[in-house]
Design a binder for this molecule. Structure first.
Ligand SMILES: [Zn+2]
Length: 380
């Protein structure tokens, strides 16, 4: 993860970069920040910067061999420790694949998200004694490839008294070993650990930072971004969850629309047109924009660029099914229709006529295999 991929926090980023360039990296640091502030992402970006082979003035290079491994969270000198919910014998390494997946999908992971990712329900989260022994074992080796070996402990609040087993290694680690603890509640961390770490306070994100992030990286209009930023209270995890909630209902509606057009069901299509015309302009624009990006993801699946697709599991499943009944040129034609519709909504077109017109075009594209302009559709 690079610093530039993380929302806001310009001052902290600069401060972290300075510690590396001025050679004053403290070997045990506690990143303390509220949920949704990006503290875990910052710790990873910091570690990546530290081991980057071609450091740029304001960020890691992102392309060297170390950065490439860091970006997959799979560098042999990067270790993670985090709460798990299993038996006392299970440790973080048993869940590493899920961890990488969850974190790559959402670098603003919260304990709630992690719990549901592992389907852990009401089970108690903890970092158990077996994990502490694992940590000690892992850190007794020298780094494999980098100058530094880094251990990121996420939510050390869940280290019970057994965490004291780590004191010696935190106090006198092997040379070039770095501990980054990422916590939310200072009060819940063992004092013995607290006193051995240097504190890096991560502030809550500002309204402006969240709004900018939603507009730049999540295709939100200024209006929609402002509303979510206001409601999220500086918590980006929360903001992203709201976005997903919104996308989820757009997803259902959009797929339903395509199905109706595909089945060429007149009365139901009319009911959809009625519903869409009452959504309000901002909502209509967001809905169309959702459709455009969903179709774009379908196009990537059809072009064998599946690794670039970032859809939640349920939407990915639908997209995969759709690619079986849709060709690339159909998808492109649908996308053009949606782009046009978006353009006209922005210019105050009558929503009922507009959605009816787009629906008719979609029926044509999906059924009659002719492009809207009347050109003949030639299957691949
Ligand atoms: Zn690099």
């Amino acid at each position: 993860m690079q610093f530039k991929q993380i929302a806001g926090q310009a001052a902290i980023k600069q401060r972290l970069i300075n510690t590396v360039n001025e050679n004053r990296v403290s070997h045990a640091q506690l990143f303390l920040g509220p949920e949704g502030s990006g503290s875990l992402a910052l710790a990873i970006a910091y570690a990546q910067y530290l081991s980057c082979e071609d450091k740029q003035p304001g960020d890691s290079c992102g392309v060297c061999s170390s950065c490439r491994k860091y970006q997959k969270l799979a560098h042999p000198d990067l270790h993670f420790s985090y709460p798990t919910f299993g038996t006392p014998k299970e440790t973080a390494i048993d869940f590493i694949e899920s961890w990488r997946e969850a974190l790559l999908e959402n670098p603003y992971l919260s304990l709630d998200i992690w719990t549901s990712y592992l389907d852990a329900g009401n089970k108690q989260a903890n970092i158990n004694i077996a994990e502490c022994h694992q940590i000690i074992k892992k850190l007794s080796f020298k780094p494999f490839e980098s100058k530094y070996k880094v251990l990121i402990i996420w939510l050390p609040e869940f280290l019970d008294k057994q965490g004291n087993a780590l004191l010696k290694i935190i106090e006198e680690p092997q040379p070039n070993t770095l501990f980054l603890l990422v916590a939310q509640n200072q009060d819940q961390i063992l004092n013995t650990i607290l006193s051995r770490t240097q504190l890096v306070k991560i502030p809550v994100l500002t309204y402006e930072e969240i709004k900018a992030e939603l507009m730049q990286n999540h295709h939100q209009t200024e209006f929609a971004a402002a509303e979510i930023a206001y409601l999220s209270n500086g918590n980006l995890t929360e903001a992203l969850a709201m976005l997903q909630q919104e996308n989820k209902s757009y997803h259902t509606l959009f797929v339903q629309w395509l199905r109706l057009c595909f089945a060429n069901k007149g009365p139901e299509v009319m009911a959809f047109v009625e519903q869409a015309s009452k959504m309000g302009r901002e909502n209509q624009k967001n809905f169309l924009r959702y459709g455009i990006s969903f179709i774009r993801e379908c196009c990537m699946l059809m072009s064998d660029a599946g690794s670039l697709v970032h859809l939640p599991a349920e939407e990915l499943d639908t997209a995969q099914k759709m690619t079986k009944v849709m060709t690339l040129s159909m998808a492109q034609a649908i996308s053009t229709e949606l782009e046009n519709a978006h353009y006209h909504v922005e210019r105050n077109a009558n929503p009922k006529i507009l959605f009816l017109d787009v629906s008719l075009q979609l029926i044509k594209i999906l059924n009659f295999k002719t492009l809207p302009q009347g050109t003949l559709y030639i299957p691949n």
